[in-house]
Design a protein around this ligand. Sequence first.
Ligand code: T6T
Length: 325
Amino acid sequence: MKKIAAALAAVLVSTTAVTAASLKPADITIALVYGIKGDPFYVTMEKGARAKAKELGITLVADGPSQWNPQLQTPLIDAMIAKKVNGMVAVPNDPTAMIAVLERASQAGIVLATADTFIGDGDYKKGTVTFPVAGVSSDNFAGGETACKALIDGMGGKGSLYVLVSTPNVPSDTLRRDGCKAAVEATKGAVKLAGVDYTQSNATTATNLTQAALQRDKTIGAVFGGNLFSAQGAAAAVRTANLQGTVKIASFDAPEEAIASLKDGLIDIVIAQQPGQIGAVAVQSVYDSLMGKTDIAAKVAVPFVTITRDNVDSPEAQSAIYKAK
Ligand code: T6T
């Protein structure tokens, strides 16, 4: 039995090697299944992925759900499996609920990488899920910590800080929240956490939650908007309450609107991720694996750019602003 299994394994290995070696760029299609349609973060990610696909001479197809919702995202991945794409870059809308469909993709022979956020514990070498070849994202913990340190400085090191992120379980969100909490804890009680709420990437929800928080706690001196829609909604609430400049705001994400609000003094710090680069690196990882490379980095952190009123006009900051279309 063991001999038969070994012989079968040898055949399988050699078949894979032949497939990898015989694939030409023009035969390769990689799917990008991003987080939410129309979100400038993913618009920019798709641009980076498309530019990389063009450079490699492969085809890229892209789609994503209209809301951040694993139930809406699952059939889109199934549709890519049915299209028989060779590889896939996915932004899983949930670290657990998206495992089954991504495993279906992997079992169908599709080479997979995750971008922005991840499935399982994100350790694709030795963790709970190991079938993706790579996970490419920002250092979300460091970004949350940097944003909240700046807010704490802006508050003169005292008062309370309110936190909004999109979900309570998606790693990109929880890591930002935890990075921010670490900055608050480092003040040893001088700054208090005024609460953490979840917006499900909905700006109206973020506005309503921020309005309620500002009404119940008059000591709030700053709001950490932990993703694009959370920050957008928080900024609208602070403006309506006439607290511009009094309540500091950090925006994790850099759409045009956040940059305009930074210049106006409504927002004080912007953490710009580099979604174009995240998409490009993820496509390259999938391509390399399809071409038979085995030394692919299983985890890649793409640096973020910190934008304030002091450096907003610098070329680095300007090129980090997300594209709306
Ligand atoms: O902040 C990004 C992304 O990193 C996060 O995972 C979900 O929200 C955004 O797309 C911004 O809306």
